[in-house]
Design a protein around this ligand. Structure first.
Ligand SMILES: Cc1cc2nc3c(=O)[nH]c(=O)nc-3n(C[C@H](O)[C@H](O)[C@H](O)COP(=O)(O)OP(=O)(O)OC[C@H]3O[C@@H](n4cnc5c(N)ncnc54)[C@H](O)[C@@H]3O)c2cc1C
Length: 344
């Protein structure tokens, strides 16, 4: 089929790669000036693949999409030419002494919402020390055994390169004004296709009531500070996580602010997130703050993902804070529905 994709973010690149690899003729349109321009939220994400931890705010559907995506990611990454860091070593929920009340509420909620075998397991102090020796002693810990992480910057680049290698064509500097069944309207032309995907994130307005939720993130360079898996601090006031990344980096995130302001990180977020990170891993005192970034998570009013299909047009949006967690399963669902529609 001739496929048009509006949006070259996480979903657009994954769709382009999978569809081009399956032999379709793919064209992708995005306002970004080139493939490496980092406008999409997909670039900024920490890349946690956390179906159970996300149950604090998400529902059973997001959990199931997350489990399916965790199964799919290794195959997708293996099919790419460029290396992408991907691990499934579990993640830790952590709480400082004195914050047990707030922590207990989250741990009990996850235990109640997660299916058997997927809930938090309390860790003895000695087990925590052997898993993550850099974490402050005296911290209470729970393991979420099945969780993983991916390197979003590597994956965004590798997916685009992989799609290109399979013949996908990219139209940069080309915002789509309207996506309709079988056609995409840019300001200059109308492009006809057999099928169109609208994955423009916040750019899908006014067709869908998507809003952007501001998130701020920091990269620390911390050679010699061992960290093997994502950590989440269960804190009464802040939601803070630390994610190790190749190159001795630790990504610290993320604020969640109801604002579409994309200006640089605020002093308040910097102080609060980095102080919390330092409280968890005191050895971070000498880490260097090498990068900070702000972006907007595309969210629908219920903060849940939505996939809608009409003949010739599929829209996927509202991936909010779980895009890397759920995109492979959503793309799989979308492609199988098209297969069914074509067969009917
Ligand atoms: C700080 C932060 C941390 C995050 N951490 C995680 C995490 O740890 N785990 C996780 O699973 N998720 C995380 N996310 C969420 C994840 O990044 C998003 O859910 C995901 O990127 C959404 O994918 P998308 O393709 O829908 O949107 P995007 O990746 O934002 O892509 C949308 C694309 O549409 C393009 N576009 C806009 N307007 C138009 C137009 N008119 N025409 C054509 N194209 C257009 C944009 O340029 C962009 O390229 C995080 C997000 C942020 C901001």
């Amino acid at each position: 089929m001739r496929i048009g994709i509006a949006g070259a973010g996480l979903l657009g690149r994954l769709l382009a790669f999978e569809l081009a690899r399956a032999g379709h003729q793919v064209e992708v349109f995005d306002p970004a000036p080139h493939a490496g321009a980092r406008g999409a939220a997909g670039w900024t994400a920490a890349g946690m693949l956390s179906p159970a931890a996300e149950l604090e705010t998400a529902d059973a559907q997001v959990f199931a999409l997350g489990l399916r995506s965790l199964e799919r990611w290794p195959g997708i990454v293996a099919a790419l030419d460029d290396p992408v860091e991907l691990h499934q070593r579990g993640s830790l929920l952590l709480a400082h002494r004195g914050d047990e009340g707030a922590a207990r509420r989250v741990v009990d909620l996850l235990a109640a919402k997660a299916p058997p075998g997927h809930g938090p397991q309390a860790l003895e102090a000695s087990r925590l020390r052997s898993l993550e020796p850099a974490v402050h002693s005296g911290t209470q810990a729970w393991l979420l055994a099945g969780e993983g992480q991916i390197h979003p910057v590597q994956a965004m680049a590798a997916l685009a390169a992989g799609a290109t290698a399979h013949g996908a064509r990219w139209h940069w500097g080309a915002p789509v004004a309207q996506a309709a069944p079988g056609c995409l309207h840019t300001d200059r032309d109308v492009h006809g296709f057999d099928w169109v995907f609208d994955v423009r994130g916040t750019g899908t307005r006014p067709a869908w009531p998507v809003r952007g939720v501001r998130g701020e993130i920091f990269w620390l360079h911390a050679p010699g500070v061992p960290l093997h898996r994502p950590l989440r601090l269960l804190h009464p006031r802040h939601r803070v996580y630390l994610v190790p990344r190749q190159g001795d980096l630790i990504v610290v995130g993320a604020s969640e602010i109801e604002s579409e302001d994309r200006s640089p990180v605020s002093l308040r977020s910097t102080v609060e997130l980095l102080a919390a990170a330092h409280s968890l891993i005191p050895e971070l005192a000498e880490a260097r703050l090498v990068h900070s970034e702000t972006n907007l998570r595309p969210a629908l009013p219920d903060n849940l993902p939505r996939l809608e299909q009409a003949q010739g047009l599929t829209r996927i949006n509202g991936l909010f804070r779980h895009g890397w967690l759920i995109a492979p399963a959503l793309v799989e669902q979308a492609l199988s529905r098209i297969g069914e529609a074509q067969a009917a």
